[in-house]
Design a protein around this ligand. Structure first.
Ligand code: PEP
Length: 254
C-alpha cells in the first residue's frame, strides 16, 4: 500500500498571530485527522514560523513540518537564503522544491532545482518536487512530454536510494490559485503517466510505491473525487490550507 500525504503550503500568508491560530486549530483537532503510518500530513508555513510550528507538532505522530524552499548552497555568503541544514536543524522533515511560483518569479531552472534536491537529501529532508505544465502547453497537447522533461531534469538523475526519499507533486500551472481544477480524469491520466515513467526508469516496484500528489485548486469540495483516483496519493494544497476547517475536511477526504 502506498503512503497518502496531504501537505498544506501556506505560501507568503499569515502574520505570526494568524499562523499561531491556524496551528492551534489544526493541532487541537488532531484526533479527527485519522493519521497513521500510511496517512501523513505536512504543514508548510513561512520560514520565520518553522521552529514554532515544529514545537507544536513534535510529539504528534505522522504530522510533519516542511519548508517552502531551500538554498542550493550548503552555507556561506548568500544573504537572504535559507539552507537545508538550517531547515533540518529546526525540525523540518520535508521541503518543497521547484514550485511553479519559484520557477516563474525566481528563475529557478532545472540545474538549480537539481542542486536544491541534492542539498535537501544531503540533510535528510524529503523533497516535494513540483512539476506541471502551463496552459499553452496543455492546449498544444504536449503536457506529457513537458512534465517528463521536468522530472528527468530535476529528479531522475538521482540514484534509486535517493529517489525513493522524494515525493512528486503534479501541479498544472493553469490550476494553481485559479479555482480551475484539473478533472479527476486529467489528474489520473497524468499521475499514471508519471508512475509509468518512474517504473521505466527505476523499476516496477519503485514506481508502485512512489507518492505522487496532486495540486491546483484542490478544496474541501473536490478533494474526495481527486483522491479517489488510483494514482493520486494525496494533495499539495495552497489556498484551502489557510482555513483550518477546509484543510481538515481535505485531510478527511483521503
Ligand atoms: C500550490 O500553490 O501548490 C497550490 C496547489 O495552490 P492552490 O491550492 O491555491 O491552487
Amino acid at each position: 500500500m502506498r503512503v497518502k500525504i496531504v501537505a498544506g503550503n501556506w505560501k507568503m500568508n499569515t502574520s505570526y498571530q494568524e499562523a499561531h491560530t491556524l496551528m492551534e486549530e489544526i493541532v487541537g483537532r488532531k484526533a479527527e485527522l485519522g493519521l497513521h503510518d500510511a496517512k501523513k500530513v505536512v504543514l508548510i508555513p513561512p520560514f520565520p514560523y518553522l521552529q514554532y510550528a515544529y514545537s507544536e507538532i513534535a510529539e504528534i505522530e505522522n504530522l510533519y513540518i516542511g519548508a517552502q524552499d531551500c538554498s542550493r548552497h550548503e552555507r556561506g555568503a548568500y544573504t537572504g537564503e535559507v539552507s537545508a541544514l538550517m531547515l533540518q536543524s529546526v525540525g523540518c522533515e520535508y521541503v518543497i522544491i521547484g514550485h511553479s511560483e519559484r520557477r516563474q518569479y525566481h528563475q529557478e531552472h532545472a540545474d538549480i532545482l537539481f542542486e536544491k534536491v541534492e542539498q535537501a537529501l544531503a540533510h535528510d529532508l524529503r523533497p516535494i518536487f513540483c512539476c506541471g505544465e502551463p496552459l499553452d502547453i496543455r492546449s498544444s497537447g504536449h503536457h506529457n512530454n513537458y512534465v517528463i522533461q521536468q522530472l528527468y531534469d530535476g529528479l531522475f538523475q538521482l540514484p534509486t536510494e535517493k529517489f525513493v526519499k522524494t515525493v512528486i507533486a503534479y501541479e498544472p500551472i493553469w490550476a494553481i490559485g485559479t479555482g480551475k481544477t484539473a478533472t479527476a480524469q486529467q489528474a489520473q491520466d497524468m499521475h499514471r503517466m508519471i508512475r509509468s515513467e518512474i517504473e521505466k526508469h527505476y523499476g516496477t516496484e519503485i514506481g508502485k510505491y512512489h507518492v505522487i500528489l496532486y495540486g491546483g485548486s484542490c478544496n474541501a469540495k473536490n478533494a474526495a473525487e481527486l483522491f479517489s483516483c488510483e494514482d493520486v496519493d494525496g494533495g499539495l494544497i495552497g489556498g484551502a490550507s489557510l482555513n483550518a476547517e477546509d484543510f481538515i475536511q481535505i485531510i478527511k477526504a483521503i
